[in-house]
Design a protein around this ligand. Structure first.
Ligand SMILES: [Zn+2]
Length: 433
């Protein structure tokens, strides 16, 4: 069994005690974290095949991107500066209808390369040709929850649901347990009640969770009130969708007090996407209120066409800043709370909080090592503050997922980046032809 000893690192555990260990040794064996000690107390008989001297490095639990459409990397910069509905209807959806499996495979590989480079070890995806997403996850070594997108207005929506359920059963746990499958009804406004009911039954039958966009724009909530006499959250609750486990609701920007209480009560995972919400002018999600109500909140980038990167460290900073500006209160969403959403909160929101999101013996070894020997990270008054406010994706040097090194010293280990660039460029050329 492969083993690694990371020596003399600063370890930000994100555990219950919130420990930051200044000089610590961390043992990775197989896929798990097998040991964690202050360096002075590491047993002398600890042996590992590889030793990584990590002096000056800060080790954090791998960052978790709780909402994206990874293959949309192919559409990065293709349509910007537009309102959500015309952006979707006039630009994005027509192009997406032309997508083929290899487009999604190489778009996902490109996104995986970008995320590994920025310390993201797990992402939650909803997209077309989800089998290709799943293959890219298995091949790249990253961890992901994958669901196929279901749109009620497509004539073959029910067939697609059947395929998604079959996929969910077949692929769950692939890639040594790195792959978790879910069902992905796009949103309440694109899925009629009868389809949502079938999704709920399908999720129960396959024993998987549900990933859905919820209350992203004010218009969506107004339309829902008009058509159904209730908010999207109330409608989903009444349909029984929140009884699935886990449920990841992306955005949740426009919520009533009752909606907030519902999301907290049903332990719905909320993916907060500050970058996407700002770019599409969707509004400001009531994150401080959600957190105060006990809701489970993680951070997401959304697709690269509405962000335009997959950098969760950037979202951490944006989340911490946005809610201060919005509330006029500089004490809301402090650094540690923002970093919690990016790690442990995200893992809980995706239903895998017992496996990842903390650095703790027995958990999967999903780790990001940041090089803190840099001008913008000196002096080290507070490592957690630096992670939320001063660190950048480029500071990430080494990344492990499930105990496997996916990047060592900025060199990707599981992906041929030049090939990924070439294939992605060729797929874009075909899409636009
Ligand atoms: Zn989205």
């Amino acid at each position: 069994m492969a083993s690694w000893l990371l020596r003399s690192a600063t370890v930000v555990t994100m555990d219950d005690a919130g420990r930051v260990m200044q000089q610590a040794d961390l043992l990775v064996r197989g896929s798990e974290i097998a040991g964690l000690w202050p360096s002075s107390e590491t047993p002398h008989d600890v042996k590992a095949e590889r030793v990584l001297e990590a002096e000056g490095m800060v080790v954090i639990p791998g960052l978790i991107n709780t909402h994206t459409h990874c293959a949309m990397t192919l559409l990065r910069g293709y349509a910007d500066d537009m309102p959500l509905m015309s952006w979707l209807q006039d630009r994005i959806w027509p192009l997406e209808m032309k997508l083929e499996e290899p487009d999604v495979y190489w778009g996902t590989m490109l996104g995986a390369a970008e995320m590994i480079r920025s310390g993201v070890t797990c992402f939650n995806d909803m997209y077309h040709h989800f089998e290709a997403t799943a293959r890219a996850v298995v091949d790249s070594g990253i961890r992901a929850n994958v669901s196929g997108v279901l749109l009620g207005f497509l004539p073959d929506a029910e067939e697609r649901l059947e395929r998604a359920v079959g996929f969910a059963k077949e692929w769950h746990g692939q890639g040594d347990g790195r792959l978790v499958t879910m069902l992905g009804p796009h949103a309440p406004y694109t899925c009629p009640d009868h389809l949502l009911k079938k999704v709920i039954a399908g999720a129960q039958g396959a024993g998987v969770g549900i990933h859905i966009h919820v209350a992203e724009t004010a218009q969506e909530v107004r339309d829902s009130q008009q058509q159904f006499g209730k908010t999207p959250v109330a409608r989903l609750r009444e349909l029984g969708l929140f009884d699935a486990r886990p449920v990841l609701a992306a955005h949740c920007v426009h919520l009533t007090e009752e909606d907030i209480a519902t999301l907290a009560e049903y332990k719905v995972g909320v993916a907060h996407n500050p970058g996407s919400n700002m770019k599409l002018a969707s509004g400001v999600a009531p994150v401080p209120k959600l957190l105060a109500a006990g809701a489970v909140v993680g951070l997401g980038t959304d697709g690269a066409a509405s962000n335009n990167n997959l950098d969760v460290l950037e979202e951490t900073r944006l989340a911490a800043l946005l809610h201060k500006l919005d509330s006029g209160d500089p004490t809301v969403v402090p650094a540690r709370q923002a970093l919690t959403m990016a790690t442990r909160g995200g893992a809980q929101a995706l239903g895998i909080g017992d496996q990842v999101g903390q650095i703790k013996v027995g958990m999967r070894a999903d780790l990001a090592l940041l090089d803190f020997r840099q001008a913008h990270l000196f002096p080290r008054h507070d490592v957690v503050s630096h992670l939320a406010y001063a660190a950048r994706a480029g500071d990430v040097r080494t990344v492990f997922v499930n105990g496997q090194p996916l990047m060592i010293d900025r060199k990707l280990q599981s992906l041929d980046e030049e090939r990924v660039f070439g294939e992605a460029q060729a797929r874009v050329k075909r899409l636009l032809s």
